[in-house]
Design a protein around this ligand. Structure first.
Ligand SMILES: [Zn+2]
Length: 185
């Protein structure tokens, strides 16, 4: 099953930046490649058009839900319905291990790895539900200019989703400071 990192990576495949949208799942081939490289999910054939559309619908709903949570507003009923239905489509069960760790297993195979798209969507929906319901998760949007990536703060002061964004913003500030002559910082 997927963790919060995978859930956020999925949600961040679409980034509506002020300077333009970045879409990492633009067509069925790109989406198949992303699922394989980022989630380790391999399918014998490429996604069909309708399956690709379902994947994007789940991703967009998940992003709207997490953004609503971030904004402190209520989740949209349609987004909740899609997420909950996707999760309910593949029966799973909680299993307690000898190491006291809990894990989810798909019913039937006893496997934690999704075997088909219904299970894949269910596993993604589960990861998003866990993240959205986790009251201790410090969800944030990157504070850098032209970056809209959602991430989990590991430190309350953390403002950038990546070192690259932080470096970019520090360089821009120092440039602005020099240009103003540095007289008033
Ligand atoms: Zn960023």
């Amino acid at each position: 099953m997927f963790d919060s990192g995978a859930a956020l990576a999925f949600v961040n495949t679409r980034r509506d930046r002020p300077s333009g949208r970045i879409e990492s799942l633009g067509d069925p081939a790109a989406a198949s490649a992303w699922l394989e490289h980022e989630l380790g999910y391999q399918q014998a054939r490429a996604l069909e058009k309708a399956e690709h559309a379902r994947l994007l619908a789940l991703r967009d709903s998940a992003q709207r839900l997490l953004r609503a949570r971030l904004a402190g507003s209520a989740p949209a009923p349609d987004d909740l319905l899609l997420l909950n239905q996707s999760s309910a489509a593949a029966p799973r069960s909680d299993q307690l291990g000898e190491d006291w760790r809990a894990s989810l297993r798909f019913s039937g195979s006893g496997s934690a790895n999704p075997r088909d798209l219904t299970e894949l969507f269910a596993a993604l929906a589960s990861a998003i539900i866990s993240l959205a319901a986790d009251s201790s998760a410090n969800l944030a949007e990157c504070g850098a200019d032209d970056c809209v990536v959602l991430f989990l703060r590991t430190d309350p002061r953390q403002r950038w989703h990546s070192q690259r964004c932080g470096n970019r913003m520090r360089a821009a500030r120092s440039y602005a400071k020099h240009r103003s002559g540095g007289a008033r910082g």
